[in-house]
Design a protein. Structure first.
Ligand SMILES: Nc1nc2c(c(=O)[nH]1)N[C@H]1C(S)=C(S)[C@@H](COP(=O)(O)O)O[C@H]1N2
Ligand SMILES: [Mo]
Length: 200
């Protein structure tokens, strides 16, 4: 082994925290929004999944909760460099929604927010217990600044994929770029591969 690989395999302090490359730790919870914060009450929130065939499946806040919420303990990684570890959320797994939608030929999803923000994610990345419609943060209703009443939460990708004020998941056959992806951000956005920008 050379000196470089020895550094990686050597002892590491017990409290050392593995962070994706190029990230730093933060304890506060920054707010990053590309526009004004829409204030949507839980009772007024409406959400749909639209299939590649144009079929619409609707939920409101009450029918979303009927699908069953779970506690989610995850780390957040923002493409601007900050990571926040050990955050606790409450949310409904996307799996539960897709069970009601049924079979689909779509392999991609374009998430749409109230206010017009969009972001694209492969459908497979929203399944398998890896993505949620989150409505609680730290035991309290999710605040408007952080995307309440309901935001998408896809913690294994950079946080721009976690669309706040979620309004619709559009199932598509081809990958369609969202807001940041059209501006040069990576189509997939894996923090561990440091996929920040197109071409990374
Ligand atoms: N609707 C919407 N969702 C969004 C954004 C946005 O501007 N609008 N910003 C994204 C970006 S770049 C990040 S880093 C996270 C920030 O989430 P936070 O404000 O809760 O920290 O939300 C993502 N989701
Ligand atoms: Mo971000």
């Amino acid at each position: 082994m050379n000196a470089l690989s020895e550094g990686f395999s050597g002892h590491r302090a017990a409290d050392a925290v593995p962070l994706p490359p190029g990230q730093y730790l933060t304890r506060d919870f920054p707010v990053l929004s590309a526009g004004p914060t829409p204030v949507i009450h839980r009772r007024a929130w409406e959400f749909s999944v639209v299939s590649e065939a144009g079929e619409r499946h609707h939920w409101d806040f009450a029918t979303l909760l009927e699908l069953g919420s779970e506690q989610i303990d995850i780390d957040l990684h923002c493409v601007t460099g900050w990571s926040k570890l050990g955050t606790r959320w409450g949310g409904v797994p996307v799996d539960a929604l897709m069970e009601q939608v049924g079979s689909t030929a779509a392999e991609h999803v374009l998430a749409h927010s109230y206010g017009g923000y969009t972001t694209n994610v492969p459908l497979a990345d929203l399944l398998g217990g890896r993505a949620w419609l989150a409505h609680e943060y730290d035991g309290a209703p999710l605040s408007p600044e952080h995307g309440g009443p309901v935001r998408l939460l896809v913690p294994h990708l950079y946080l721009w994929k976690s669309a706040k004020w979620l309004r619709q998941l559009e199932l598509t056959l081809e990958s369609e770029s969202g807001f940041w992806e059209r501006l040069g951000y990576h189509s997939y956005g894996d923090p561990w591969q440091e996929q920040r920008y197109w071409g990374d």
